[in-house]
Design a protein around this ligand. Sequence first.
Ligand SMILES: Nc1ncnc2c1ncn2[C@@H]1O[C@H](COP(=O)(O)OP(=O)(O)OP(=O)(O)O)[C@@H](O)[C@H]1O
Length: 578
Amino acid sequence: MSGRPSVVTGILRIAYAADPRATSAVLVLACVNALSVAASGLSVRQLANSSSTAALWLAVVVGAVAYAMIAAVLRVQHNLQVDLTERVDLVLSQRLFGLASRTPTLEHLERPEFLDRLSSIRSGTETLAGACWGAVGAGSSMLSLGLSVWLLTDVHPALALLVLLAVPPLVFSRRASRLLGQARDRMADAERREEHLHRLGTEAEAAKELRISQSHRVIGARADAYWESATAVLVRAQGRAALWQAAGWGCFAVGYVGALAFVAHLVARGSGTVGDLLMVASLSGYLRMQLQATVTGASQLAEGRHTMRRLWWLEDHAERQSHTGTEPAPRGLTRGISLRGVSFTYPGTDNTILREIDLELRAGSTVAIVGVNGAGKTTLVKLLTGMYEPTAGEIAVDGVALKRLDLDAWRARHAIGIGDLPRADDPDAVARAVESAHAQAVVDRLPAGLDSQLGRIFDGAELSRGQWQKVALARAMMRGESLLWILDEPTAALDPQTEHDLYERFVGADSAGRGAEGAITLLVSHRFSTVRMADHIVVLSDGEVAEEGTHAQLMERAGPYAELYGTQSRAYTAAQDS
Ligand SMILES: Nc1ncnc2c1ncn2[C@@H]1O[C@H](COP(=O)(O)OP(=O)(O)OP(=O)(O)O)[C@@H](O)[C@H]1O
């Protein structure tokens, strides 16, 4: 976290970025407030001690203006702060979203450590926004405290000791805030689990399965248990924090009463005036308020510091994850994509998922990856799309290491997922993509065609699984100039005709419309009737390449592929016979 500003500066910078004018206004008002408090104390003394009518009037006017300023400034400052807190909250949420989504790799989103901190900050953005005002309030109160103490020492130097009364509440409340911050970290994991289970119970898709399996009660009870364990941690911490705070204020109360008794004693002895006593009583009252504001501000700041450090940790983590490749992706492929000794272990785990993979994905070919569940097929796809970097070995695109390529440019050159945002409003491109994915019938049945809102939760039309899959395919088809088409189980919910037509386009002989020169189609599938059409088939087993070749070569070898193929075709024939 080197090179970071102080936490207060960091927090104030966020507020300034959210609204520079309002932040400056709050800072100025905080100073005006501090001066007004000192002026009001001074006016009380002058009222009791003034020897002329003019001095009396001056004290009255100064006092009235000071009191009016305190009341008005506090209200305006409060309103500004409420508004600014919301903006700071928004700025922070945007920053978190950016951190989570703009990091080019996926690693952070699958790491509990990262997710816990993300969740802890998400629940703490308001604290951080509040901490801005805590810092301003604490600064203003300390200024006003300094002025008040300076006036008090005019009565008797020993009264400067009153400032020491600030120490126990400050120190103890800092300890209380640290306890609360630590508790929030400890509860983040349980909170995340509770949130996940809660979502399961409220999302239609999962709710169906929960109802049928009658597991909603068990899931509900588990969610409750996580909730209770999280709140138990917080409640315990809050209890201990309250005790520390009470101890701090107890010390202050004793000192405060002592100071008043001391000045009363001075007045009784004749070494002080009634004006002094009134000023000490008035300033001590403010002193308590200022201290309270300082302590509240300091504890908000301490909580904010905790959240801010977490935010910096996330930023540093995202920075470390950032991909440094800058070379542009090629426009077409001449040699293809090669994998040399590629091994991979998911971060934070010990299991090697892919081991020493050597593969050649020839330009212009269709390659099918097969293997039992968990063999590592999707993991290989994640490496090819740059979601993760190999732990060892290298992936090269036409001889250029993937890690040297600009990942955004590379992703713009492979089709999987969201489609082509820049062409989203191009009606011809959209129509062609819909047609290629055989999704026209789906669009025709929608109430407003392509302009229809989809998804029941947004009050839109609901689609079947297969129809959703066609929509996803159409999105992928938007990338007309892709170098790499990745079809990871794209047809699980498609009807046979659509599946057949799709593979005709990608895998069959008529694959001319696949886009860029030398484009490769990578197909991950459990359907061997489709797989057999590929130019090259790779069988993954337990993270290793068990065998590779064409359908005919692999059948002749009578190895794992022939066995899997035989099992599936026998099952299919038996199903047709019955
Ligand atoms: N994010 C992750 N963190 C840790 N391990 C993971 C992660 N994702 C997958 N794995 C593990 O990696 C192994 C391979 O998973 P992968 O999804 O690549 O298999 P697959 O061959 O695509 O399986 P399927 O045919 O079921 O889709 C599995 O054992 C899985 O538990």
